[in-house]
Design a protein around this ligand. Structure first.
Ligand code: ADP
Length: 335
């Protein structure tokens, strides 16, 4: 959650601050700058007039006026001139200075467009990498929800870095829901009969009628509950010598959610949270599936997200941000 790649009009985002890819006059322009000024209304320009411009690589803050965001952070990206004129350092500086301003103004969430990747000509894949890497660096030391807004998805090579043959894998492994239903209905008669334990579980859940005669004929085994989801997560953190922050940051989940999980041994996470923690703990497939089962889930071949996770684990890709890029490239919800 702390770093989200999304595709949306940044002017519509409800967060504490949005960042504007401005020019050094701060008096408005085209692209995202024009869109922000139009949506914020004339008072934004009025406040900007008093700022005296802004240097490339630097950032200044104003209110957001008619925008859903409370603040606009104006930063001036470098004009790309081949890559040997310090463009990368200046672009990194735009993100850093903007994040520092957001932090000092108490923002808990901030959204960036891909600075310099429009009229200023910075090659899109590189502009995207600088954005992601600089924000992740910041998140190592700070708590914030950062959105990277990718307006026009094409041309960024998102998801291509570690998932070179993902499409082929999907072709071979993805089973559409219809096929899945057909397959399972063919096998319906081969299903093993319910075991006694399953019958008991069914009765407890109210699915199997419990008349006294059946109950009497069943010897109730001594149930000892298996290790719970939370217990397995905490055990794995210990075994790997990780700290809690290392674990939840790698999982891209926020501290509050993690402390909820930690403090409730029967916590039932969503499937995405369960998978995020399994990835963060770098579990091999058998343990990853065990962890999911403890939360009541399984990987399915008829779910594209699951197929991508399957691919990632088979290829030992546990970097959730790389996986998010692959999910984003397929228009799927990200971690
Ligand atoms: P720069 O001059 O820094 O290159 P641009 O505004 O030309 O700034 O483009 C920066 C990025 O913002 C581009 O990738 C462009 O697609 C994107 N962009 C344009 N309008 C919006 C918007 N409304 N919301 C989010 N991103 C946008």
């Amino acid at each position: 959650m702390p770093l989200k790649i999304i595709r949306q009009d940044i002017t519509k985002l409800e967060c504490d601050a949005i960042v504007n890819a401005a020019n050094s006059s701060l008096l408005g322009g085209g692209g995202v700058d024009g869109a922000i000024h139009r949506a914020a209304g004339p008072k934004l320009l009025e406040e900007c007039r008093g700022l005296g411009g802004c240097q490339t690589g630097d950032a200044k803050i104003t209110y957001g006026y008619n925008l859903p965001a409370k603040y606009v952070i104006h930063t001036v990206g470098p004009v790309y001139a081949g890559g040997n004129r310090g463009e990368r350092e200046l672009l990194i500086s735009c993100y850093k200075k903007s994040l520092d301003l957001a932090l000092s103004h108490g923002c808990e969430s901030v959204a960036f467009p891909l600075i310099s990747s429009g009229v200023y000509g910075y090659p899109k894949p590189e502009a995207f990498r600088v954005a992601v890497d600089t924000c992740l660096e910041f998140l190592k030391e700070n708590e914030m929800l950062i959105y990277i807004v990718v307006f026009d998805k094409h041309g960024y090579n998102i998801g291509k870095k570690n998932f070179a043959d993902l499409d082929e894998f999907i072709d071979q492994n993805y089973v559409s829901e219809q096929e899945e239903i057909f397959k399972s209905s063919k096998n319906a008669f081969d299903l093993p009969r319910f075991s006694k334990a399953k019958k008991i579980a069914g009765m407890v859940a109210g699915a199997v009628p419990c008349d006294e005669a059946i109950c009497e004929s069943i010897e109730m085994p001594d149930f000892e509950l298996d290790e719970s989801f939370t217990e397995m997560v905490l055990r794995k953190i210990d075994e790997k010598g990780m700290t809690d922050p290392e674990c939840y940051k790698r999982a891209n989940i926020d501290r509050k959610l993690f402390s909820k999980i930690r403090s409730d041994i029967h916590y039932r996470p969503s499937k995405m949270t369960a998978m995020a923690l399994g990835l963060s703990l770098e579990l091999p497939m058998n343990e990853f599936e065990e962890l999911l089962q403890k939360a009541g889930f399984a990987l399915s071949k008829s779910d594209m997200t699951d197929v991508i996770i399957d691919y990632a684990i088979r290829h030992k890709i546990y970097d959730i941000f790389a996986i998010n890029e692959a999910l984003f490239s397929k228009d799927l919800a990200t971690f």
